[in-house]
Write a protein that binds this ligand. Structure first.
Ligand code: ATR
Length: 276
């Protein structure tokens, strides 16, 4: 008897994850038969949970906070972008039983910006707020689009400098404090800090965003995040949250697993219409 293909997202906490809904919509749209579930997996249970999942016939897995680095360590092989980002959000079961680690977050962000919102990154001055895992995952896909430069600003300056040094072979990338960018101007500001989750904001000067500049918060929430509100208050042409990135990274994962890329626009529109 053939079993329906199983996929899942592991994370902690996971109860508000939109991934099961998104992948179920993708499956309906592309007429693929699969089951996608969300499983509460804290870091200490990751190894046993992953072994169990693939032993039970799992075909592919998404990993979210706080498991992306563990997934990176666990993968038997890594795509180029996963190697760079030192984080894996997508595991793919290979024919020989090994697990390939991928990171679709950065490409999801770039697709949302450039395709869905028509925001070009070419020759743009880009500021990334934060120097944690979320920042690490987006730098290489952004550099692929030839911005003028990326500046990474972080509360803990040392982390911003270390991160920028790691990627410096890709082009003009520098790391600094918030104070050091206070007199600079950027065409695009990306919030990759976890500050939004607690309604906080990094210290941002009022002249940071260029005329017709854009703001993008990698986090998403039903209500505008503190950073999305900051962008609106500072005349951003668009001030967006990460719902589109979430759907686009999922579409990349779905494509890797199933060999068909879902049409994302209608699904983003549906999820947007369901915001309170
Ligand atoms: P993630 O993997 O989601 O990026 P992380 O590795 O914990 O999570 O990184 C969180 C980032 O948000 C860090 O850059 C952190 O700054 P520090 O390195 O100085 O800790 C940043 N961050 C979190 N809360 C913040 C706040 N209230 N103001 C400014 N930066 C904040």
């Amino acid at each position: 008897m053939s079993q329906v293909d199983q996929y899942a997202v592991f994370g902690h906490p996971i109860n508000h994850s939109k991934s099961p809904r998104i992948h179920t919509l993708f499956a309906q749209q592309t007429q693929q038969e699969l089951i996608y579930t969300a499983q509460e997996v804290p870091a200490e249970s990751f190894t046993s949970a992953i072994t169990h999942f693939f032993k039970q016939g799992g075909k592919g897995l998404n990993c979210t906070v706080p498991l992306k680095e563990l997934a990176w360590q666990r993968a038997d092989s890594l795509s180029k972008r996963a190697q760079f980002s030192k984080a894996v959000n997508t595991l793919v079961l290979q024919a020989d039983g090994s697990l390939l680690g991928e990171n679709t977050d950065g490409i999801g962000l770039v697709t949302d910006l450039t395709v869905n919102h028509n925001i070009s990154l070419h020759n743009k001055r880009i500021l990334i707020l934060g120097a944690g895992g979320a920042s690490r995952g987006i730098i290489a896909p952004i550099m692929d689009k030839s911005p003028t430069h990326i500046v990474i600003a972080n509360r803990t300056v040392k982390k911003a400098i270390t991160l920028s040094n790691e990627f410096s072979q890709l082009g003009n990338i520098t790391g600094c404090s918030y104070d050091e960018v206070k007199d600079s101007e950027f065409d695009l500001i990306l919030n990759a800090t976890s500050a939004s989750l607690t309604g906080d904001l990094p210290p941002l000067s009022d002249n940071l965003l260029a005329n017709k500049g854009h703001c993008y918060d990698l986090a998403y929430s039903n209500d505008p995040t503190a950073f999305v509100k900051w962008g609106l208050a500072h005349n951003a042409e668009k001030s967006l949250d990460g719902l589109g990135m979430l759907v686009e990274q999922a579409a990349e994962a779905f494509n890797i697993w199933r060999g068909v890329r879902p049409e994302t626009k209608e699904i983003i529109a549906l999820l947007n219409s369901e915001r309170n």
